[in-house]
Design a binder for this molecule. Sequence first.
Ligand code: MCN
Length: 785
Amino acid sequence: MSENPEGAMVGRELERREDPALVTGRATYTDDLHAPGMAYLAFVRSRYGHATVEDIDTSDAEATDGVLGVYTWEDIEHSDTPGTIPVETGFLDNEIPGHPILADGRVRYHGQPVAAVVAEDRYVATDAADAVNVDYDRLDAVTDPIEATAEGAPEIFEGVPNNVVTVTDMGDADATAGAFEDADHTVEIELENNRLIANAMEPRAALAEYDDVEESLTVTMTSQSPHGHRGKLSDTLGIPENRIRVVAPSVGGGFGHKGHHHPGEAVAAWCSRELEIPVKWTATRSENYLAGAHGRDHRTTAELAFDDDGTIRGLKAETHAGLGGYGLGVSPALPGWYGRLLASQYDIPAIHCRTHSVLTNTAPVHSYRGAGRPEAIYVTERLVDRAARELDIDPAEFRRHNQIPPDAFPHETAVGANYDSGDYATALNEALDAVGYDELRTRQEDGNGRVDGNGRVDGRKRDDGRYLGIGLACFVESTGGGFESGVVRVHPDGGVTVYAGTHSHGQGHGTTYAQIVTDELGVPYDDIDVVEGDTDRIPTGTGTFGSRSTIAGGNAVAESAGEVADKARRIAADRLEAAPEDIAQEDGEFRVVGAPDRAVAFEQVASAAYSRQLPPDESAGLESTTFYDQDGTAYAFGCHAAVVAVDPESGEIEVERYVAVDDCGEQINPRIVEGQVHGGVAQGIGQALYEQAVYDDAGTLVTGSMQDYAIPKIQQIPTMETRSTVTPSPTNPLGVKGIGEAGTIAAPPALVNAVLDALAPFGVESIDMPLTEETVWRAIRESTN
Ligand code: MCN
């Protein structure tokens, strides 16, 4: 690493350089863009959850002034385009076709695109879409993933018996059964991981521009994974990848669902090719609710086996995961991977998890911030609390007793996860210390000696009539994975551009990648630009999801920067007639050690790299490309603690304290790390207390707008107290682990455990998210009656 003129930048709490444009409204989003001659696309969407499409009458829409085209599946079929977003079926038990970009005679979820209308004006397009008359024959619908597997349930795809696309077993069923037989105690819980909808500031949008002379397509769109979208557009439209450019400008957040390929972008591209004009589509918020990929939707029965002294012997889980009406990409396989994290922080000798991936008449389900890890940790942390209560052991003590000790890493769990490094007890202790755990428990126990009507001591009850609850969530999070490209290019004037295959949509890569490169290269931070989100400027990329960017993209740009720094040093040595090992880099110059007057500026070296002044065995140019592939998975971890006050009369919950202790290895920028924790916890609070996508029995989404689907407002988010520990990851040279999803993983179990703790005097043992006032009130009434 070179000496930076400004001192080391990695580890500094720099403000995000991208924020001024974002917070002053000057950033460019897809819907801000206008192309000459551009037309607007609107969809006719299915009104029903399950139906055959008998007839589509487009005549009124076609006759509307300003309408340029009205299209159905027949038009797609006749255009000799595949027209179907593929499902990666190789690993599935059942062959399911992909998602047709317009309905091919059947609709399988409310909101599925049935026809497309392109018009000169956005409002004309919407009105004309309303004028399309679709004749449906309704079919019975099923929206619950357990009911969908029952005998006689409506069949969603032919050839997929009981709507089960695949069943995945993880761990050792026999060993787990043995552990359960031998253990002193077992507890069982049933729980639902509620279905969620992503709420980015800009809903999904695409501006498609087909060039019929070049036979090439440019799609500017809300993407977390531009190269991934390019590949899917290629498959769906039959256009080779080298003729497609995907650009992702500011997207206003993604939270997972902008990594998946939906019909909207592909239909916009198809219409642009058909009409030979640019076509823009911007989903309304309600369209995003109806037909953007949803998240979670697990129903689980789980059991824990443990001994009198609190030692966990085994864990069993059986999960039905709703996939929605179609698979999208790898979505049918995703539920099968979730079991990989069920060991959480604990040394559990035997685990078995069976997951059923089930079609339902609902919007497709794919990854939503956390993608399987929140679901797994929720199961384990709920079980652990339940077991501690069964033994009347303090839940912190129960956890501590079972945590994998720091000297046991690397550690392979019973479900095959290879934990790289960890110090779980320290994170737990930090959280307990920060929240003042012992004092809170003493306060709960002492209470004021009240006895409720059933003769139970309710020490948790406070003078204001509300009940005090404390909840913990210890967690691990698999982060990183896949290769990533990182290019560092020094221009002849010494300026630097960094290109990475990831995409920042709120994470601040423009800041953190520049921090990494400035340290490696020894050039000023402000001289480094970071470019992401353009398949024509970046060689290739996997994209941003799975909290992988810092590990994969960060190490890719670090390695490239290191190679460029080595070459710059060799060129400087040649110009200074010294050996490279005798060259030091200081204050933007290369100097011969011991001869400070013999120096050459970085700019001169850059210029020499593009001239005939190169050393004889050096090639021209000063840039490097790395395709970085991480060695294993980095497991971030932490412990979050929530303190709640629950009013038993109204069911209202107040989150009085929220403490987050996170460990993401070395931190590039602690301020950004903290911001990521804040955002993730806010989303986790949303899942725990407010959010749920609800369908009625006919498959109609009844939470189709922000009036019905409650995302938390700022006054519902408590002030968070954040701390961190640092356990470097041996999987990568920067020693980093991801942080982008930690909050969504930890907050739901911390909060639900806190509320169950508060409700213990009422005998409430289980409750499902979201913990609305009504849910809490009913749980109290049902358990005390
Ligand atoms: N970071 C760091 N040191 C570390 C780890 C991370 O300084 N040890 C910094 C990174 O350099 C980066 C940020 O923290 O600037 C997040 O990094 P990382 O954990 O690698 O996660 P990704 O950048 O891959 O982001 C993905 C993750 C996911 S999967 C979702 S979903 C998500 C999230 O991040 N969606 C977000 N955070 C979001 N934040 C915003 N504002 N908007 C979204 O849509």
